[in-house]
Design a protein around this ligand. Structure first.
Ligand SMILES: [Ca+2]
Length: 401
């Protein structure tokens, strides 16, 4: 009897704790946001005609909307054009200055990466602003370049939950455009979030996340990979340790849909020198180092030749991928002498490649397993050479004396 009453007390305590948890904000785990795929029917059901939701309170379950936000259905036509729904049957379109947002629960100081699929509708310049409040971090992503022939791409954007976020943060997507045709505007789908971790620094490798295993959320069926747009802030990167310092994006790929040299994730470089990833690695000045990495193809019918330009300090080397039927990648290295306590390493694709099957999707060489280590071998050889010369000189002196 006593035991039973104790147990019921515990159950109640758990229920109260859970309720408190919900009251504090939505419990967000890695993965899809609440109705992040826009497949939950609104209270009145999905409208077969394209009905704009207007400025009213949240009519899309889980989301707040502002301005002309429209739930679209796959197969829906506008003029002569069929609207693109990246995944499933539904997505949303943002009209001029329209916004959708959702509150997510975050931990102060942690880094989060938001993944989303986006497509543009009309031919003109379209962009999408992703932001987080109250910290105010934001980025406008240019949707002008469509990287895949499917007409949509997935992107990732990272932010740090700030002091003011106090457990909850509002992630918002806004169409900053003001087009003459108000039905133009970006389409959004499949919004997910992931808390990122700073990978451990390996003892024998100065590169952080050199294997690219830690990074943005990727759905298991994400067959197109994730585009990582320009991000100059290494503290808030969807690819911890790395920055994308070019105007164009690079593609984060997984081993379920692409050939990946090591582990489950790697980077495919796109758009020639318009797609650059880099990292400042810790080095000791005047010491010899070796940068080594895997260079391969993604198995996505990318038209050869594939080559990368690899930079390490003041060294730059153009390395071509040699097709080999036994392997999807080869290893390459660049020797350099560090000039300072921090050395920049960087990669871009030498060519501007497209897939041979559709002639338009952007593709390129794959880089993985990036390492920077003291080049011990070289120093030892040099050391023994000095020793031999030294002994020789001593012997000469001895003979002469
Ligand atoms: Ca990897």
């Amino acid at each position: 009897m006593v035991w039973s009453s104790m147990r019921s007390k515990w159950v109640w305590l758990c229920v109260l704790l859970l309720l408190a948890d919900f009251a504090a904000g939505q419990v967000v785990q890695d993965g899809l946001l609440n109705n992040g795929d826009f497949e939950t029917p609104p209270s009145g059901g999905f409208s077969s005609s394209s009905a704009a939701l207007g400025d009213g309170p949240s009519t899309i379950p889980g989301w707040k909307s502002n301005g002309t936000v429209e739930l679209i259905e796959s197969g829906q036509k506008q003029g002569g054009m069929i609207l693109i729904v990246p995944q499933g049957r539904h997505a949303v379109r943002l009209g001029n200055d329209a916004e959708i947002s959702q509150e997510v629960r975050v931990e102060k100081g942690s880094i989060y990466s938001v993944t989303f699929a986006a497509a543009r509708t009309c031919a003109q310049l379209e962009s999408l602003n992703v932001s987080v409040l109250p910290s105010g971090a934001s980025q406008t992503i240019d949707l002008q370049t469509v990287y895949s022939v499917q007409g949509w791409d997935s992107y990732a954007w990272a932010f740090q939950a700030g002091e003011g976020d106090n457990g909850g943060a509002t992630v918002a997507f806004k169409n900053p455009g003001m087009e003459d045709d108000p039905t133009c505007g970006p389409i959004i789908d499949d919004v997910a979030i992931k808390k990122l971790f700073a990978p451990d620094k390996p003892k024998d490798n100065a590169v952080v996340n050199g294997d690219f295993e830690e990074g943005a959320w990727m759905f298991r069926n994400e067959s197109l990979g994730i585009l990582l747009p320009t991000n100059l802030d290494e503290e808030t990167s969807s690819l911890p340790g790395w920055i994308v310092e070019s105007n164009r994006a690079v593609r984060y790929i997984d081993s379920y849909h692409f050939a990946v040299p090591q582990g489950k994730r790697a980077i495919e470089l796109l758009s020639g020198k318009e797609g650059i990833i880099s990292q400042m690695v810790e080095t000791k000045a005047n010491k010899p180092y070796q940068l080594s990495f895997s260079l391969g193809h993604a198995g996505d019918s990318c038209k050869q030749p594939l080559a990368v330009m690899a930079f390490a300090g003041d060294q730059a080397q153009n390395i071509h991928y040699t097709p080999n039927s036994n392997s999807t990648f080869q290893t390459a290295d660049v020797n350099f002498t560090a000039k300072a306590e921090r050395t920049r390493i960087a990669f871009f694709s030498v060519y501007y490649n497209t897939r041979s099957d559709d002639m338009s999707s952007l593709c390129g060489p794959v880089v993985d397993d990036v390492r920077v280590a003291l080049s011990m071998g070289k120093r030892n050889v040099f050391g023994s050479f000095q020793l031999v010369v030294g002994l020789g000189l001593a012997l000469c002196c001895f003979v002469l004396v």
